[in-house]
Design a protein around this ligand. Structure first.
Ligand SMILES: *[C@@H]1O[C@H](CO)[C@@H](O)[C@H](O)[C@H]1NC(C)=O
Ligand SMILES: *[C@@H]1O[C@H](CO)[C@@H](O)[C@H](O)[C@H]1NC(C)=O
Ligand SMILES: *[C@@H]1O[C@H](CO)[C@@H](O)[C@H](O)[C@H]1NC(C)=O
Length: 193
């Protein structure tokens, strides 16, 4: 072999190795894009809903504002409450204690929207005003209530959450009769600012 040929073979081998290494790296990055998103910010909060039942006007935090024909605004309707709409103004706390110092209010509505199981459609905001956070976070989504953990969309925010988006995993942390429930909300932002 001439030395020129030897050099060409060496160069060819080197460039092949380089391309192989680069393509492995590229596919690793591609995988990362698809599967390994990490939240840029995460917070876990609780909110507490005390449903008006005709006797608790003093501390109820939610009211039935719509009911199907034949039902009333005091007792949730039959057929899995289908057709009821409730509006709430609930305290948000850092832990699961209703009497902890609130860090804000959860305000919005839920609509019972399935006739043969418990599901709701949620549309609400967290208005946070604490030493840690000031601003709003806006949530929307379908809530299959009987499932242990459910994901809803975090559509955006204001203040400390300006241009934030993500997903919130909600879990029913307590459910007491027809009067009180508590949701644990694990908010994961995948877009921060
Ligand atoms: C609502 O207030 C009443 C009277 O103050 C109290 O007995 C009851 O435990 C309260 N309900 C909740 C869920 O805190
Ligand atoms: C509302 O409906 C429930 C269940 O049908 C009934 O027990 C209750 O008396 C009604 N309340 C009013 C204020 O009409
Ligand atoms: C936030 O809290 C501060 C201090 O308690 C209060 O002065 C302010 O009015 C609150 N802001 C809102 C939007 O509730």
């Amino acid at each position: 072999m001439t030395s020129i040929t030897r050099i060409s073979i060496l160069l060819l081998t080197l460039s092949l190795t380089f391309f192989l290494a680069m393509s492995t790296l590229a596919s690793a990055q591609g995988m990362k894009k698809q599967h390994a998103y990490k939240p840029c910010k995460q917070l876990v909060l609780y909110f507490h809903d005390i449903i008006y039942n005709g006797k608790n006007a003093g501390n109820a935090t939610s009211a039935i504002v719509a009911a199907p024909e034949g039902a009333n605004l005091t007792i949730l309707a039959g057929q899995f409450h289908f057709g009821n709409i409730a509006i709430f103004d609930d305290p948000i706390t850092l832990d699961n204690n209703l009497h902890s110092e609130p860090v804000g209010r959860a305000q919005g509505l839920y609509i019972y929207d399935t006739k043969n199981t418990f599901t709701a459609w949620l549309g609400f905001s967290f208005a946070l005003n604490s030493t840690d956070y000031e601003g709003t976070i806006n949530f929307v989504g379908a809530d299959p209530i009987m499932v242990k953990t459910r994901d809803i969309s975090v559509m955006g925010g204001t203040g400390d959450f300006f241009m934030h988006r993500g997903v919130a995993t909600i879990m029913t942390d307590a459910f007491e009769g027809q009067v009180y429930f508590r949701l644990r909300v694990d908010i994961k932002f995948y877009e921060c600012w």
